[in-house]
Design a protein around this ligand. Structure first.
Ligand SMILES: [Fe+2]
Length: 297
């Protein structure tokens, strides 16, 4: 009799634990908003320069009922006193089901950021074709500047400058060869570090973008992780190591940062992978630029 009761207690306890985990993953984790502060030492800047503040917002995946959530993200971003904000793509969510926030509404909600500092954006895989056109129209109207396919010079309060390059999203199965040939840093000032913004880390890991720092989103850090933030499972052609969030060196030695992003796609839940606003504190390494990629084309 006692053994039977023990089995029942174990079963009920197990079911309750699963129910708590599901509720947490669906309702609580996707709305935990964390600020990840990441220090990066850039070659090409002197070691003693004060930090330049750059905020990354990736993978908003704004739904039609996410107005309060976006306002909260904007407020928290402004509290970080950014000198530049980079929007790293995937603004839409469930477009075919009509559940995505209209581009004009999202742009208006993000617009207060432009009163603080320059705001640049690139598109992700959820913002292609007519979504890309509508995003551009709305964002430009609200002062959010497209940087895809462009180089712009960033000037920071520490007196330093860097070049920001927006790189169009490419599907993982597409060859990175032609893109890399276009991405030579041949025409860039030989004294300024290059920061590349692109939606997915895939090509940056396997084929370097010749930037001192590449910033990306797309993988949501795995979205479903073990405690500690390592992805439980990822779809092909990703590996869990590629998809995980955080700062790392590419195999050629440049910095790559992958953001967990702010929204969800496919399944509206997260585990041990809270949404993040990334505050990059850029300082100088004191080392000269190595100017890799100069013979790319
Ligand atoms: Fe995404």
């Amino acid at each position: 009799m006692a053994a039977r009761w023990k089995r029942w207690i174990a079963l009920v306890g197990g079911l309750m634990a699963v129910a708590v985990a599901v509720v947490y993953a669906l309702l609580i984790e996707p709305r935990r908003l964390l600020v990840e502060t990441v220090e990066v030492q850039l070659d090409g800047w002197p070691e003693d320069a004060a930090a330049a503040r750059v905020v990354l917002l990736a993978d908003l995946h704004a739904g039609d009922r996410d107005g309060r959530w976006i306002k909260r993200i904007v407020q928290k971003t402004l509290e970080q006193k950014p000198e530049v904000v980079l929007l790293l793509g995937d603004y839409h969510n469930a477009v075919n089901a009509g559940l995505s926030m209209p581009e004009e509404e999202l742009a208006a909600l993000l617009a207060p950021l432009t009163a603080q500092c320059p705001v640049y954006y690139i598109c992700g895989n959820h913002d292609q074709f007519e979504q890309a056109r509508a995003t551009r129209k709305a964002f430009v109207r609200h002062g959010i500047q497209p940087v895809e396919g462009k180089d712009v010079t960033l000037s920071f309060n520490n007196g330093r400058q860097a070049v920001l390059r927006g790189v169009a999203h490419r599907h993982e199965k597409e060859s990175a060869g032609p893109m890399l040939r276009r991405l030579s840093r041949k025409k860039l000032p030989p004294t300024l570090p290059l920061i590349a913004a692109t939606h997915s880390p895939y090509h940056s890991i396997h084929s370097p973008l010749w930037a001192e720092l590449t910033v990306t989103g797309h993988t949501h850090g795995g979205q479903f992780c073990w405690p500690g933030g390592y992805p439980i499972a990822v779809r092909e052609p990703w590996t869990r190591e590629t998809a995980r969030a955080g700062l790392r060196r590419s195999y050629t030695g440049q910095w790559l940062y992958v953001s967990r992003g702010l929204g969800v796609s496919s399944f509206p839940a997260r585990s041990f992978c809270a949404p993040e606003i990334t505050l990059l504190l850029l300082r100088g390494s004191g080392k000269a630029l190595q100017l890799r990629g100069t013979r790319c084309d």
